[in-house]
Design a binder for this molecule. Structure first.
Ligand code: NAD
Length: 332
């Protein structure tokens, strides 16, 4: 069987998750990885047996002509250069969320994808998460009528903020829900009003609320925060509710997941994103890479995700930052 050769640029914690998830796919082979930090390359070589490791993306792209798909998993603000280099080198690209934190950069990525005839695919993995995908299915089947109101909440443990305050909360957390809201509403956002609250005085707020109005009349409220106390032992506390003209689709993860109650306190195990069970990787990251990889291998367009929607999500995120800073509504 012909294998799809894959490369990964950025082998931090989530890049390693990509490496593990690709390792799960029988038709794919991670041919090379690249990270600017030699310690990460050491881990790739020693723990994951990847022999072709590079500290420079251009060198990897030049040295690996057989690679067809690149995962870009560098820092949030650092996706443009590796994405453009890979597209120019004739590779398809899956670029992690947020695809960028600058709308013009997303436009550059899309233009390069068209110029070089290669896909640029946003890493919006929640479209492959069964609960979120089921809500889309319920809407698409017409079971709740046209969505009139969308509520999406995302809460994470406070300790993570020490790392992820490096990027504004709208790009780190809420960008997932922006993609979901755009997907569910099936429309463009025309107005935004947002409020942020910084508990520690950081530039990025720990608590962010955004109210959106879509062109087709749907309204949405998105709420992201980093305020769950670590000691509570609740890693993920997310909620979705779509009110349609004739019904409601809803889920709440806060109390519905797997919990362990031990001498160390309560723990929650998220099995839906990226998790190892019985020696294999499960979750929607692997499902997403499986889908994207098969699209590339068999020459199918990856229509389950949309870079145009991701670009719009970044435009809306940019408006959310401006609205929360200026304290006024922004019209897109
Ligand atoms: N989809 C999800 O649910 C999800 C989850 C976690 C992280 N992410 C995203 O994945 C991306 C990476 O996050 P992370 O937590 O792994 O970050 P990280 O800080 O752990 O890793 C980033 C890595 O990129 C490397 N790097 C940066 N610039 C580079 C360059 N030009 N060339 C080569 N290597 C470079 C760094 O050395 C580092 O090892 C972010 O965009 C983040 O938002 C997505």
């Amino acid at each position: 069987m012909k294998k799809l050769k894959v490369g990964i640029i950025g082998l931090g914690s989530w890049g390693l998750s990509h490496l593990e998830a690709y390792g799960q796919l029988p038709f794919a082979e991670v041919a090379a990885v690249c990270d600017a930090n030699p310690e990460r390359l050491h881990i790739a070589r020693e723990q994951y047996r990847v022999s072709n490791v590079y500290s420079d993306a251009e060198a990897m792209l030049a040295g690996e002509p057989d690679i067809e798909l690149i995962s870009v998993v560098t820092y949030e603000r650092n996706h443009l250069q590796p994405t453009l280099l890979a597209l120019r080198a004739g590779k398809h690209v899956i670029v992690e969320k947020p695809v960028t934190t600058v709308p013009e950069e997303a436009e550059q990525m899309l233009a390069a994808s068209r110029e070089y005839g290669r896909y640029v695919i946003p890493g919006h993995l929640l479209r492959f998460e069964p609960k979120y995908a089921e809500i889309k299915q319920i809407i698409a089947d017409g079971r709740i009528g046209k969505p009139v109101s969308i509520y999406l909440k995302r809460s994470r443990e406070n300790g993570l903020f020490a790392t992820y305050r490096r990027t504004h909360t709208v790009y780190e957390l809420m960008i997932h829900d922006l993609d979901q809201a755009i997907w569910y509403a099936d429309s463009k956002v025309k107005k935004v009003y947002a409020t942020g609250c910084s508990v520690t005085g950081e530039e990025s707020p720990e608590v962010l609320w955004a109210q959106l109005q879509f062109e087709n009349g749907t309204v949405a409220v998105l709420h992201s925060n980093w305020m769950t106390p670590d000691a509570a032992g609740i890693a993920i506390n997310d909620c979705t509710e779509v009110i349609g003209e004739t019904g409601i689709a809803h889920f709440d993860t806060s109390l519905a997941g797997v919990q362990s109650w031990t001498g160390a306190g309560r723990g929650t195990t998220d099995v839906s994103i990226h998790h190892r069970q019985r020696g294999r990787v499960i979750g929607c990251l692997a499902d997403q890479l499986n889908y994207v990889g098969q699209c590339i291998l068999y020459g199918r367009a990856p229509t389950a995700v949309s870079f145009e929607d991701a670009l719009h999500g970044v435009e809306v995120a940019d408006a959310i930052v401006r609205s929360s800073r200026q304290g006024k509504e922004i019209v897109l």
